[in-house]
Design a protein around this ligand. Sequence first.
Ligand SMILES: [Zn+2]
Length: 92
Amino acid sequence: MRINCPLCGERDLAEFHYEGSSKLMARPKDENDTDAFHDYLHIRSNPAGLNNELWSHEYGCRAWLLICRDTNTHEILSIDLARDKKTKGSLD
Ligand SMILES: [Zn+2]
């Protein structure tokens, strides 16, 4: 798999690190609710199909990228710099 970094151009997947879904989860309000904190820290969705993801170009320019990828085919539909897309509460 190759990823076309907006700053560096097309690079091998090995230069990138998957950081998870770009959809931000709300931090539990009750800090003593261990079940809610467990889910907040460890439970992630694993959708089949289109997924908005956060990646970093860890061994390149170190930019954070928003990638829309089909998890069935690994086809990348869009790549944007996270700094250009960030909105309050969500990076989608
Ligand atoms: Zn880059």
